[in-house]
Design a protein around this ligand. Structure first.
Ligand code: IPM
Ligand code: MG
Length: 359
């Protein structure tokens, strides 16, 4: 197949990890006979430094034209002035909204060999395989905001339609997995959460009767995620709760540098990005973990391009690297390799694998 991929490296370690992910994408193209045309665009602080808006028109147009978007990370101390009206993060939020990417998929399945890398007891991590579906274009992130000298407010608003579409997507995923859906809210306090809970119950009851639905308050969910992570299958939740819970869930995987994500809308176009941030302290040193960005490419291959065998080949190559204890310092400490070497290790495994073993 042929596809156009918009690449928005962004800030901090973004350019370094996306560079490896693009190399992997090209290696997949060569190996499997596809042509992925990658075109770069500016976003976030990098765009602001170039005198443009955090989401320049040219980047937005490129993403609209593209079949998929690969993004690195946005933000950093350079732009962290709390008084600033324009921030790098607005680029990412604007893009999610502009492309109507209402569902953010964040899989968390710790590699058995990395159980020691997590502060949790290895026995708790046995069999953990969670898919968090975070609502991405509504809620408190996008409600009206006010700021006065001595007061500020953020409006949290959800419509039934916004809840229905993300719950349907999550329930469909649960159907393809272990058939369990956990909806997380704060329905004992928030009106939006009461609407969320009622809508979720109705949609699952009417359209997905075979799905086992569990509802949890977000404070309890934060605890259960560490106490009994293996019992979760698909978790669906609103924008802010999903942001917080997925950082927490990344602790299960041993490193934030391992977790990819896909942001999807109604069509096949998606935005793929690691869940980690721009990690300014690591930037420019060739030490950041590229696996989350590379695994984001795997999600792109599967979810935007329907290339399942290719996606699996990438995932297997990363998993083989981890099994061989080839990875960056966040995973393997002193025996860690560089960002570039980790990317190359994945490519080498992709090239070596017999095709009939990955289909
Ligand atoms: C994430 C990030 C973003 C978010 C920031 C950079 C705006 O934390 O993708 O999880 O809060 O959504
Ligand atoms: Mg976050």
């Amino acid at each position: 197949m042929r596809a156009l991929v918009a690449v928005l490296p962004g800030d901090g370690i973004g350019p370094e990890v996306t560079a490896q992910a693009v190399r992997v994408l090209n290696a997949v193209g060569q190996r499997f006979g596809h042509r992925f045309e990658c075109r770069d665009g500016l976003i976030g602080g990098a765009a602001m430094n170039a005198g443009a808006a955090p989401l320049p028109d040219a980047s937005e147009a490129l993403c609209r034209e593209a079949d998929a978007v690969l993004l690195g990370a946005v933000g950093g101390p350079q732009w962290d002035d709390p008084q600033a009206a324009v921030r790098p993060e607005q680029g990412l939020l604007g893009l999610r909204q502009s492309l109507q990417l209402f569902a953010n998929l964040r899989p968390v399945a710790p590699h058995p060999l990395l159980h020691d890398a997590s502060p949790l007891k290895p026995s708790l991590l046995e069999g953990v395989d969670i898919m968090v579906v975070r609502e991405l274009t509504g809620g408190i992130y996008f409600g009206d905001k006010t700021r006065e000298a001595d007061a500020a407010s953020d409006l949290c608003r959800y419509t039934v339609g916004e809840i229905e579409r993300v719950v349907r997507l999550a329930a469909r995923l649960a159907q393809q997995r272990r058939g369990k859906l956990t909806s997380v809210d704060k329905a004992n306090v928030l009106a939006t959460s009461q609407l969320w809970r009622a809508t979720t119950g109705r949609i699952v009851g009417e359209e997905f009767p075979s799905i086992e639905l569990e509802t949890l308050l977000v404070d309890a969910a934060a605890m259960h995620l560490l106490q009994r992570p293996a019992e979760f299958d698909v978790i669906v939740t609103e924008n802010l709760f999903g942001d917080i819970l997925t950082d927490e869930a990344s602790v299960l995987a041993g490193s934030m540098g391992l977790l990819p994500s896909a942001s999807l809308g109604e069509g096949s176009r998606g935005l793929y990005e690691p869940i980690h941030g721009s990690a300014p302290d690591l930037a420019g040193r060739d030490v950041a973990n590229p696996y989350a960005a590379i695994l984001s490419v795997a999600m792109m291959l599967r979810l935007s391009f329907g290339l399942d065998a290719e996606a699996q080949a990438v995932e297997l190559a990363v998993s083989d690297c981890v099994s061989a204890r080839v990875g960056t310092v966040d995973l393997f400490g002193e025996s860690g390799v560089s960002t570039t070497q980790a990317g190359q290790a994945v490519i080498t495994r992709l090239q070596e694998k017999r095709l009939d073993t990955v289909a």
